[in-house]
Design a binder for this molecule. Structure first.
Ligand code: 3Y8
Ligand code: NAP
Length: 249
């Protein structure tokens, strides 16, 4: 009987958790503990860091984990790197459940940048009304471009006001929808949107909204992740658990 640890925090992780629950698998979903009330899951959940690679390696060994599924967000680069290293050390089968990056379509006005710093640099110039659809963790970096009127969207209300002189904060969690994002952007007269190339469907609405409104989008490319076995459908993870773990799907 496999013992599965899913590193979660994405729409795909939740979809996999539902399938594992339906099959009665011995599985636990793990959250970092970034938000006050993470989504309720149909399998047991653990919350909080493991304590680096060593902590995760010990966790895998102590809990007899046989299959590690990294279903974290594409920007959770440190967690994904730790997962590959710890699984190898503990001799645990490892797979990543991810989603393809978004690609621009007709009508999109994207400027692709390499990382958060490059997104900040791309905002040099006269004051504009900019939506930072990046969550909470990287907002302070945009203090280097204080001239803009920012629209921020966080999952939780922050315990101290964001360090941007002119900003409006919306507290809301995805998945979002195009009409809602379009209304939000229009109501705030947004001229440009900054976002991460998360891929998937949970954060995609803002791209459709920006396209409909003819807004420019500063799209942050994903960080480089280690080589690993990757699939893009939860069903492929189940096949891997049932048949492929020893020889990689
Ligand atoms: C804690 C746990 C599910 C998962 C849903 C997905 C979709 C909705 C859209 C915008 C973009 C953003 C942000 C976003 C989305 C999904 C997914 C996704 C983007 C939750 C969740 C956790 C987090 C962490 C949180 C980050 C933040 C990022 C907000 C749960 C709700 C901006 C990423 O306050 C903080 O510290 C928040 C931190 C990492 C990025 C940041 O820098 O602030 N996600 N998001 C996970 C943990 O503790 O381990 O589900 O309740 C999950 C989801 N958020 O099961 O349906 O699959 O991507 N999450 C981005 O894409 O740029 C919002 O506003 O348009
Ligand atoms: P990160 O920078 O790659 O990870 C930093 C540290 O957070 C990790 O080393 C680990 O701590 C802990 N951690 C991260 N994910 C964890 C998990 N699922 N379970 C237990 N510990 C975890 O990660 P992040 O970008 O902060 O993302 C944190 C969580 O939010 C992840 O679950 C991710 O899927 C979710 N999320 C992130 C984004 C995003 O934009 N980054 C978007 C949507 C959802 P230790 O070293 O102590 O083990």
């Amino acid at each position: 009987m496999p013992t599965i640890l899913v590193l979660g925090g994405t729409t795909e992780a939740s979809a996999l958790a539902a399938m594992l629950a339906a099959r009665g698998d011995d599985a636990v979903l793990s959250y970092a503990g970034r938000v006050a009330s993470p989504k309720v899951q149909p399998i047991p959940v653990r919350v909080g860091g493991f304590g680096g690679v060593d902590g995760l390696t010990s966790y895998l060994r102590e809990h007899g984990v046989t299959h590690l599924v990294d279903a974290t967000h594409p920007f959770a680069a440190r967690m994904s790197a730790n997962a590959v290293t710890a699984a190898a050390r503990a001799g645990v089968a490892h797979i990543a459940l991810t989603r393809p990056p978004w690609a621009p379509v007709a009508g999109d006005r994207w400027t692709r940048v390499a990382d958060i710093e490059a997104a900040v640099a791309a905002l040099a110039g006269p004051a504009r009304r900019v939506m930072l659809a990046l969550g909470r963790m990287h907002v302070d970096a945009f203090g280097a471009q204080p001239q803009h009127e920012y629209l921020l969207r966080f999952v939780d209300a922050p315990d101290h006001p964001p360090g941007l002189p002119r900003h409006h904060l919306v507290v809301d969690r995805g998945p979002f929808d195009v009409d809602g994002d379009r209304r939000l952007m229009a109501a705030h007269g947004i001229e440009a949107v900054v976002c991460k190339n998360a891929g998937g469907t949970g954060a995609q609405a803002k791209l459709g909204a920006a396209r409909a409104l003819g807004l420019s989008v500063i799209m942050i490319d994903r960080p480089v992740l280690p080589d690993r076995l990757e699939v893009q459908a939860a069903e492929d993870v189940l096949r891997w658990i049932d048949h492929g773990a020893d020889r990689g799907v």
